[in-house]
Ligand binder design. Structure first.
Ligand SMILES: NC(=O)C1=CN([C@@H]2O[C@H](COP(=O)(O)OP(=O)(O)OC[C@H]3O[C@@H](n4cnc5c(N)ncnc54)[C@H](O)[C@@H]3O)[C@@H](O)[C@H]2O)C=CC1
Ligand SMILES: O=C(O)C1=N[C@H](C(=O)O)C[C@H](O)C1
Length: 233
């Protein structure tokens, strides 16, 4: 497969290494908006910056190149991408986190949220820790986790960064050098604490998941998620 890497930073480089190991060719690697022909690639993988993701993804869809995006912090434009993809009959996957472990953790979070909806005694909070270069807060993964709780527990209707109102899930974002990504969900009562946590040890899980998603997407039309790719149901 000929792959375009849109964003050649920490993730772009980790994806390049795994894609080559799996027998793919990197035909475009860029940290720029322009200066390349996207139709040279069979599939594009966008891990760029929040301000660039929408244009990168739209350019792929408008040129009939399947595209996956792991960039976080741009989701106010997600519905516009969905509309464009439907109009152009393109192929697109966004995931806040491409690692197998986190996608299992997403499902565990939903099961736990369903159970906790049956009891009144606990308050939930989410903490995420990432490296100091991260541009967005809270992390995309923390937002997906909060949405998983909201969808499965009517006690919660919203999430907010550093705010703990009634019906709102508080998210705390910490920035510590070199941390690839740790997410902790805590249910606290006066009597005890229930905690589930995912800690990434490096970026390989994100990168492998992104390459697997790109391999899966080629030849398909539509908007998909990692749940479709990993068939976790
Ligand atoms: N979904 C997932 O599994 C994961 C998502 N991420 C997200 O991926 C994104 C990138 O993360 P990192 O590689 O750690 O960041 P990074 O800062 O190391 O790399 C981003 C690169 O994008 C480049 N860039 C800037 N404008 C661009 C443009 N117009 N087109 C293409 N590239 C452009 C920057 O120059 C930089 O080299 C972030 O949004 C991060 O939150 C990170 C890890 C896993
Ligand atoms: O910026 C990162 O590094 C990461 N970003 C993603 C996010 O915002 O959830 C995924 C992962 O946690 C690493």
């Amino acid at each position: 497969m000929k792959i375009a890497l849109l964003g050649y930073g920490k993730m772009g480089k980790a994806i390049e290494a795994i894609a080559i190991q799996r027998g793919h060719d990197i035909v475009i690697k860029t940290s720029e908006q322009s200066g390349y022909n996207i139709t040279d690639a069979d599939v594009a993988i966008d891990f760029s910056v929040p301000s660039a993701a929408f244009n990168n993804i739209s350019n792929c869809i408008n040129n009939q190149v399947p595209v996956i995006s792991g960039t976080t912090g741009w989701l106010e434009q997600y519905n516009d991408v969905v509309s464009l993809c439907e109009k152009q009959k393109g192929a697109f996957i966004y995931a806040s986190n491409f690692s197998l472990g986190v996608n299992i953790f997403f499902e565990l979070n939903k099961v736990l949220a369903k159970m906790m909806a049956k009891v009144d005694d606990y308050n939930v909070d989410i903490e995420e820790i990432h490296h100091t270069q991260k541009l967005d807060a809270p992390s995309g993964t923390a937002i997906t986790l909060a949405e998983g709780i909201i969808d499965n527990n009517t006690a919660y209707q919203d999430w907010k960064l550093d705010v703990s109102d009634k019906n709102t899930i508080p998210i705390t974002a910490k920035r510590i050098p070199e941390v690839p990504g740790t997410h902790t969900i805590t249910y606290n009562s006066a009597i005890d604490t229930i905690k589930i946590e995912h800690e990434a040890h490096n970026r390989q899980g994100f990168a492998l998941g992104a390459v697997i998603a790109a391999e899966w997407l080629v030849g398909k039309t539509g908007i998909f998620t990692m749940k479709d790719v990993l068939a976790l149901d």
